[in-house]
Design a protein around this ligand. Structure first.
Ligand SMILES: [Zn+2]
Length: 100
């Protein structure tokens, strides 16, 4: 019975601390989340930089022909509809879809 009272008091103390420092705990969790997000955000740019390097390399760029207007455009910027159907812009794609 004595232990139960002590346990109860301890539980109350824990709850009291949790309530009193709730804001501190919440901000702590918030800071931790922010820190994690920052860590995750720091990783992707490395990949993006590599991608930019690839696009700057002219030997890597594959040209495809717009099915609608026939102009040559890099495959990366082209709008792909099916395996061999590319469009230079959404405008070309829209008109092509409307005609067919
Ligand atoms: Zn076009």
């Amino acid at each position: 019975m004595k232990w139960l009272i002590i346990l109860g008091l301890l539980a109350m103390l824990v709850i009291f601390i949790a309530v009193k420092f709730r804001r501190h705990i919440q901000t702590g969790i918030y800071v931790l989340k922010m820190f994690r997000q920052m860590r995750q955000m720091n990783k992707p740019p490395e990949k993006q930089e590599k991608r930019i390097e690839n696009t700057e390399n002219p030997g890597d760029v594959q040209l495809v022909r717009c099915t609608k207007c026939g102009s040559w455009i890099p495959q990366r910027t082209a709008l792909k509809l099916s395996k061999n159907t590319y469009y230079c812009s959404s405008k070309c794609m829209e008109t092509a879809v409307r005609v067919s």
